[in-house]
Write a protein that binds this ligand. Structure first.
Ligand code: AGP
Length: 594
């Protein structure tokens, strides 16, 4: 979603634009920068892509400080007026903001009463005017900032400059923000990927922190006064190297095998695998898995894995429903929160509800410096590496592997003599990316279609849901998933000669039943595509319009071998349709608003 970059040093116009480009993957619809040039603050804003902003920012300026922003519209439409930075009425302050100021209408009303006027529809503009309000009362810059953040309710990461100061001001609450220093240059950013090539370590700001940075020093404050934040090493690997791939989505799908290897290595280390050793789980009576989108689909499969390995009652929830739903939660409940980014607002809100109820919380998280990762009682990193494409691929497969290990660790705690890594090792041995030519041919067929159904039972149904989501978000095809047995209870009415029905059938015990359901669709004119890991004899194979094969694994991580072909198919449909699969329309990588 929105992105923040701030900079003190040479050529801030270049550094800010470069930083904003690195944040593009998160999704945005306008962008802007503010530069302090001498005693003036110059503003540049553009609707749409960063290259529109690039056209209006001068190649060279004498500025040495600035802030930049990519905005994903929440309050007010995506246009130049609502784009950040926002400025105070006296044009002394320019600010960029991620998050939502929940009490902005009340602040606006108060400031209106003092004669302040507003030009935008944003909540952010009230913060710029509030800074001015306090400064005009006689407070210095940092005290004005302190008073301003004390008046705010909601979430915010703020990057601020003032035309009479050479400092970069910042504040953070429930929205990520980081700072890095290299020599006398300073960078502020909402994602540490902006620091790659700039610094070797970074300061992870925590909620309630505000402060300022200058060429000489960085000062952090919390509500008790000046405080210290220890820097952490910056280690991002080669995530931004596309090598020979055209898009991050396909590169990241092909990162999966390495990710599985990383997981085996990481959880092969005793202390990493013993993460639950200090916790008594004997009283836990139920486990609830919570996530959004792809992470929710991982939850569905994770709950099945835990039940299978331990017999503990496990259910899954979409995070936005978990927050407000009628649930029984107590200190005998374990809540497992699954999130690639660890910053998804719905998942964080679900965490808060779980925590308030006294539940034991576990995180299955990719971004190890994320809010969720730090807040849960125990966090299990999924070791997928940075994921850039909006469509989550390698993170999903890695989530499944770590959920499987997690289930194994719980089982070992309860029943001993279980090897939590056995299934993942077996997966790694068998893992391959399948027959890509077959996938490409099917992608060619499906690109023109807008009536795509996917059916399955049990784990096959969960994977079909994820396959369907991948195709929807990267190809804009109207595809839907149903339980195979539900076909005859309603949606059979939708089937006609234009329909394609993909049957996920990778469970031997129910193979026949699932395929029978497909026959019902075939009898109504549907073209049936079989997705299976079993060999069929020629006469059976003739029943199907197309067959996609994967390998048979024999444990619950079959789900990983099952999703890879559909990630690849979704990618090629997207590319065939001329869509950029890395940045589908209307979507953001990390959804930081509820
Ligand atoms: C995945 O392809 C989607 N873009 C989306 O559903 C995503 O999985 C969801 O927003 C959850 O994100 P998280 O894993 O970062 O919490």
């Amino acid at each position: 979603m929105c992105g923040i970059v701030g900079f003190i040093g040479k050529s801030p116009e270049k550094v800010l634009l470069d930083g904003l480009k690195r944040l593009e993957y998160r999704g945005y619809d306008s962008a802007g920068i503010a530069l302090k040039n001498g005693d003036d603050i110059e503003l540049f804003k553009a609707k749409g892509e960063i290259r529109n902003l690039e056209k209006i920012v001068p190649d060279k300026t004498s500025a040495e400080i600035g802030v930049g922003h990519t905005r994903w519209a929440t309050h007010g439409k995506p246009d130049e007026i609502n784009a950040h930075p926002h400025v105070s009425s006296d044009k002394k302050w320019a600010i960029v903001h991620n998050g939502i100021i929940e009490n902005y209408l009340a602040i606006k009303a108060k400031l209106n009463a003092f004669g302040y006027e507003f030009y935008s529809e944003t909540d952010t503009e009230t913060v710029a005017k509030l800074l001015e309000y306090y400064q005009k009362k006689g407070y210095d810059e940092i005290t004005s900032l302190n008073k301003t953040v004390n008046a705010l309710k909601g979430s915010y990461a703020l990057g601020i400059i003032n035309k009479n100061s050479d400092c970069l001001y910042f504040a953070k609450n429930k929205s990520p923000l980081f700072l890095a220093k290299s020599g006398d240059e300073i960078m502020l950013a909402s994602d540490i990927i902006c620091f790659k090539g700039f610094a070797k370590e970074y300061y992870p700001l925590v909620d309630g922190i505000f402060g300022f940075a200058s060429k000489e020093k960085i000062v952090f404050y919390d509500n008790l006064g000046e405080t210290e934040i220890k820097p952490l090493p910056l280690d991002l690997g080669e995530y931004d190297n596309l090598n020979t791939y055209k898009h991050f989505m396909i590169k990241e799908i092909y990162d999966t095998k390495t990710a599985i290897k990383n997981i085996i290595e990481y959880y092969g280390v005793k202390e990493n695998c013993d993460r639950l050793a200090d916790y008594d789980l004997s009283e836990i009576t139920k486990v609830k898995f919570v996530g959004c989108g792809t992470a929710y689909h991982a939850c569905l499969l994770g709950a099945n894995m835990l039940f299978e390995k331990t017999g503990i009652d496990a259910t899954s929830y979409v995070a936005s429903e978990f927050r407000y739903g009628n649930l029984s939660l107590d200190n005998k409940t374990m809540v497992v929160l699954v999130s690639q980014s660890g910053e998804t607002a719905d998942t964080l809100a679900a965490f808060e509800r779980a925590k308030e109820s006294g539940a034991f919380t576990v995180g299955i998280v990719n971004v190890e410096y994320s809010t969720l990762s730090k807040k849960v009682d125990v966090s299990f990193p999924i070791k997928a590496g940075v994921e850039i494409a909006v469509a989550s691929t390698k993170a999903f497969s890695s989530q499944l592997c770590v959920l499987n290990i997690f289930a194994g660790i719980v089982a070992r705690k309860l029943f001993k003599s279980v090897d939590p890594l056995a299934d993942v090792r077996a997966l790694y041995e068998k893992f391959d990316y399948g027959n890509v030519n077959d996938f490409k041919l099917l992608a060619d067929v499906l690109r023109y279609n807008d009536k795509l159904f996917m059916i399955g039972r049990g784990d096959d149904y969960c994977v079909a849901q994820e396959a369907c989501l991948k195709i929807k978000e990267t190809s804009y095809i109207n595809s839907n998933t149903y339980y195979a047995g539900e076909l005859k209870h309603g949606f059979l009415a939708l089937i006609d000669e234009q329909s394609y029905v993909v049957v996920f059938a990778t469970n031997k015990e129910i193979f026949g039943k699932t395929v029978c359901n497909a026959e019902e669709a075939k009898a109504r004119g549907g073209k049936i595509i079989l997705f299976t890991c079993f060999d069929l004899d020629a006469s059976d194979a003739d029943n199907f319009y197309y067959i996609i094969k994967t390998k048979e694994l024999g444990n619950s991580l079959q789900a990983v071998l099952n999703i890879i072909p559909w990630q690849i198919i979704a990618y090629y449909i997207s590319v065939n349709k001329g869509i950029n699969p890395d940045k589908p329309r209307n979507l953001a990588k990390s959804v930081t608003v509820e």
